[in-house]
Design a protein around this ligand. Structure first.
Ligand code: SF4
Length: 354
């Protein structure tokens, strides 16, 4: 069961309070390059991203926000480190601010930023990372432990509440899956604010995906997590796709077609299944409704193994069996099978998907 959290509004997006888990991303362009940044935001929006964060490393980036806000299809989150003046300067142009309490220059500056956020009435994310914890907490906990991460997030959240901030989102990211899971469990026990879950510096596409899937999948299955970002050293579109794969696998969301295909064995040449799976995915790439489409190498175990698929093919020598939700429907000829499968998938998508 989803953990019930308080409701936070970022532009037209709701985080927490029982709302569906929000997928967010972060641009990787120079924020001052407005055209490239807006292009990347649009690309992520097309993949289903609902909220986008931008790095604000200097004044020029603050200046660029005005135009980016005008052109962006998504609500914007400013990501500010080190310089509290940049945090103050960008508030008029964003829907949410993310700060890291460990690197903003001490309590007085943190309070000043919180007061300005409260005045502006936008939400604040207190985003704690293992790499930049306050010194006193590192000393007390003997390093950047999950307990230290949580102590930092809760302390900054209290301080923000004291300064009148009424909408908070908390995160406490470590780079290992185990520490991330432990930190968020602890955080969930100690706050009602919605949680932004993620693994920091998770790695390149495959390694990062595995680490993120383990940590975020575990948390989501325990009902923890109101918004997520998958951090990958890869094109940001992969971060959005990966986020939906993780949501789908954890059984709490998903978007578009997920292919279920068998690993193949001596009963079917693997190249045939690979080629068909690729073809089906390509032809159904425009669907946004969550749908599981199977491509199985044979009818011996095919429909049974892919029982949870909405629709699928089980290959035979001269064609395939078409099945829907575990039931064989009809036999299709080789040349027609992808056509038939895609038509049925589209029909199901029209009626609401899986
Ligand atoms: S579905 Fe058929 S071809 Fe694929 S792994 Fe199972 S038995 Fe082998």
């Amino acid at each position: 069961m989803r953990r019930m959290t308080r409701r936070v509004r970022v532009g037209d997006v709701i985080i927490g309070g029982g709302a569906p888990v929000v997928v967010q991303g972060m641009t990787k362009t120079r924020t001052t390059d407005v055209a490239a940044t807006v292009r990347q935001i649009e690309q992520m929006a097309r993949e289903g991203c609902r909220l986008v964060r931008l790095a604000i490393p200097d004044r020029e980036a603050v200046d660029a926000l005005r135009e980016i806000r005008r052109l962006s299809p998504l609500p914007l989150v400013a990501d500010v480190h080190f310089d509290y003046r940049l945090a103050l300067a960008c508030l008029d142009w964003v829907d949410k601010l993310r700060i890291n309490p460990g690197n903003l220059g001490g309590e007085a500056r943190l309070r000043q930023v919180c007061r300005a956020v409260a005045q502006r009435g936008i939400p604040l994310r207190v985003g704690v990372n293992a790499g930049s914890l306050e010194r006193d907490l590192l000393r007390r906990h003997g390093g950047p432990t999950p307990e230290a991460l949580v102590a930092s997030a809760l302390r900054a959240a209290r301080l923000a509440e004291e300064e009148g901030v009424e909408q908070l989102v908390l995160s406490a990211k470590a780079s290992s899956a185990q520490d991330t899971i432990r930190a968020y469990r602890l955080l969930a026990e100690n706050t009602e604010w919605p949680l932004h879950v993620g693994v920091t510096a998770a790695g390149p596409l495959f390694e990062g995906l595995v680490r993120s899937a383990l940590a975020l999948g575990t948390l989501l299955q325990q009902g923890i997590g109101d918004t997520l970002r998958v951090s990958l050293t890869a094109d940001p579109r992969w971060e959005i796709r990966a986020a939906y794969w993780i949501l789908e696998a954890a059984g709490v969301g998903g978007r578009g077609v997920v292919i279920i295909s068998c690993p193949t064995c001596g009963r079917c040449p693997s190249a045939r299944v690979r080629r068909l799976a690729r073809e089906v995915k390509r032809r159904l790439a425009d669907l946004t409704v969550a749908l599981r489409v199977a491509v199985m190498g044979c009818a011996v175990n095919g429909p049974g193994e892919a029982r949870e698929a909405d629709v699928g093919l089980a290959l035979a020598d001269d064609g395939a069996w078409l099945f829907e939700r575990g039931r064989l429907i009809c036999r299709v000829r080789g040349g027609d099978m992808v056509e038939e499968l895609c038509a049925r998938a589209r029909q199901l998508a029209k009626s609401g998907g899986g």
